[in-house]
Design a protein around this ligand. Structure first.
Ligand code: F6R
Length: 608
């Protein structure tokens, strides 16, 4: 949720730190700060509010001399967003500065101990405890000091640390919170997320849990929690630099929605070989898809909604029971699992705390775990038994669009794979399904091309108080995601209902002109949903319907119709979500909101 950037090299650090932090703004934050070593002492500047304020107070970083520094954007967890609570935090003698992402769970106990030892606290944060602990244990060897602190803290952390005693080095360490080290030419970087340093280097080391990096201008050394040196592999980032830039769009969300045709193509391409679906990632997997007892899909937010669609598709196509759980529930409900079950975890960031905990829970129970992840090298890719990547590239907007669409594609492909193994589809059907998947990019493009029409419609609903989304079967799964897209970025109350459930209570909320967005893409449920549309219309609702081209009968009941191209009944959600994403976007943009940074939300939820 927070962002970390660190620099060591021959250039002035502060402007680079500010630039890097600006690339992490999408993660959500409420204060920002930097610590730079000027050759004699460490100077800290920090402010509540937007990064712009820090840029102004430091004249774009120019007022902070020095070529070694660490920067941070904070999303408040312990204490209000204030200057005192913003990072970096100092030890009392201002010889050690630290930035921290994550939560130190035993910080109250540690704080009491440090207070007894005479340490004075100026903030309410858990991070300041770390600064004082580093001070307490420091006897001249920074690695030994960091290790001693690591042994005493519980919780999650990614830390950037500078010591005046080590004027040519920056230190980094992590546990359950992401951190990468960027290797440049005579300069090196640390960052909580790749976009922060992509402008400067594409060569990175992914630090794993409980590993420490000691970073000079040239050399980077790594240690484990026993302070023993370890070797790490240098990886290349293949993302296009433009992927982390807005490229002329007003908001990342629009750019990312427009990228969906390419993302879908990039995601299915490695898995389609002729008329077969292949997952090289599962080639040596100890999973027999033909005899699976059940499939569990576990995730949070939109990734959970992708899993919800996955349930309908896999169950209907492969005839195997599929259970979908919110990760925050799954991890504590003592799920019944065995080695005949497979648990699919879905996550864009690969760092979501609850989904990570769900992997642990599933493994403990003996189930096989497959993670569907977008962020390369993220924690889940190491923790799950197998990883399948979505190829969405960096997703910057807090509200997910392209990563969600990529997740659907992997789920469709897995449905085909499982169906094939179970012998419930024949070669002809498989070929047709694959061909339908490969038509989706072009069809998504067609829906996107209609965006001005959705914009005009959305403009009418800028002042709406409540909007409802309804659908049956797989259309209900898309209604749920459509409602989330709208509410998280427009702050309009939105609810998704299984269309048949409305009359069991919710219909009493429908008033004159309440907008109801109805999704009808399933031939067999079409008339049923039309009846539900009639029910809300007779209570005064205004209905926008999203349906397949050719179903013009809908125009007799709905007030406004958006058609999506004809596809296989399993894959309609990939097309039906596009108008709903656009709708949410245009309502938010029409209200003048910062679409990419909805209030109170963070891109990567690394705390429980
Ligand atoms: C909504 C959204 C969130 C995420 C959720 C899971 O637009 O982006 O609901 O889907 O926080 O995040 P990941 O996929 O990173 O695990």
């Amino acid at each position: 949720m927070c962002g970390i950037v660190g620099y060591i090299g021959k250039r002035q650090a502060a402007p680079i730190l500010l630039d890097g932090l600006s690339k992490l703004e999408y993660r959500g934050y409420d204060s920002a700060g930097m610590a730079v070593y000027d050759g004699e002492k460490i100077n800290i500047e920090k402010t509540p509010g937007r990064l712009k304020v820090l840029e102004e107070t430091t004249h774009g970083g120019e007022l902070m001399p020095g070529m070694i520094g660490i920067g941070h954007t904070r999303w408040a967890t312990h204490g209000t967003p204030s200057r005192e609570n913003a990072h970096p935090h100092f030890n009392s003698s201002h010889t050690i500065a630290v930035v921290h992402n994550g939560i130190i769970e035993n910080y109250i106990k540690l704080k009491e101990t440090m207070a007894k030892r005479g340490y004075k606290f100026v903030s309410e944060t858990d991070t300041e405890v770390l600064a004082h602990m580093l001070d307490y244990y420091y006897k001249g060897d920074p690695i030994e000091t960091i290790v001693k602190v690591m042994h005493r803290v519980e919780g999650s952390y990614a830390l950037g640390i500078i010591f005046t005693d080590c004027p040519d080095e920056v230190f980094a360490v992590r546990k359950d919170s992401p951190l990468v080290i960027g290797k440049g030419d005579g300069e090196n970087f640390i960052a909580s997320d790749v976009p922060a340093i992509l402008k400067y280097t594409r060569e990175v080391y992914y630090i794993q849990n409980e590993e420490i990096a000691r970073i000079g201008t040239g050399d980077i050394k790594f240690y484990n929690i026993d302070a023993e040196p370890i070797e790490k592999e240098l990886c290349s980032i293949e993302w296009d630099m433009n992927a982390a830039e807005k490229g002329g769009y007003e908001f990342f969300m629009m750019k990312e929605m427009m990228e969906q045709p390419k993302v879908i193509r990039d995601t299915y391409t490695p898995h389609i070989k002729g008329d077969n679906v292949v997952f090289d990632e599962l080639k040596d997997a100890d999973i027999d898809f033909s005899s699976l007892a059940s499939v569990h899909i576990v995730a949070c937010g939109s990734a959970y909604h992708a899993g919800f669609t996955g349930k309908y598709v896999i169950e209907k196509m492969a005839r195997v029971p599929v259970y979908v759980d919110l990760a925050s529930e799954f991890r504590y409900r003592d799920p019944i699992l065995s080695s005949d079950d497979v648990v699919i975890l879905i996550s864009q960031s690969g760092e979501t705390a609850d989904t990570k905990a769900a992997i642990e829970e599933a493994k403990k129970k003996g189930a096989k775990t497959i993670a569907i992840v977008n962020a390369k090298g993220s924690s889940m890719t190491r923790e799950a038994d197998y990883t399948i990547y979505t190829e969405a590239g960096p997703e910057i907007s807090v509200a997910t669009t392209k990563a969600y669409s990529a997740q659907l594609i992997i789920l469709y492909l897995l449905a085909i794979k499982i169906s094939d193994a179970r012998g419930v589809i024949d070669a002809e059907e498989r070929k047709q399904l694959i061909s339908d998947i490969t038509r989706l990019p072009e069809q998504v493009e067609m829906v996107l091309n209609n965006k001005e029409r959705i914009q005009k419609f959305a403009n009418r609903y800028i002042a709406a108080k409540d909007i409802f989304f309804i659908g049956r079967g797989i259309d209900y799964a898309i209604a749920v995601e459509g409602a989330l897209k709208l509410k998280e970025i427009s702050y309009i109350h939105a609810e998704a209902y299984a269309a048949g459930e409305l009359k069991h209570g919710t219909i009493s909320l429908i008033e004159d002109n309440t907008l109801v967005n109805a999704v009808l893409t399933q031939e067999d449920l079409y008339d049923k949903t039309i009846s539900n549309i009639r029910e809300v219309k007779s209570r005064g609702a205004f209905v926008m319907a999203i349906t397949n081209v050719g179903h013009s009968k809908i125009e007799e009941v709905a007030d406004y119709v958006v058609y999506i191209p004809e596809t296989n009944r399993y894959f309609t959600n990939t097309l039906a979500i596009i108008p709903l994403q656009l709708f949410g976007y245009f309502v938010s943009a029409g209200k003048g909101y910062d679409v990419d940074h909805p209030r109170n939300l963070a891109k990567s939820v690394t705390v429980e």
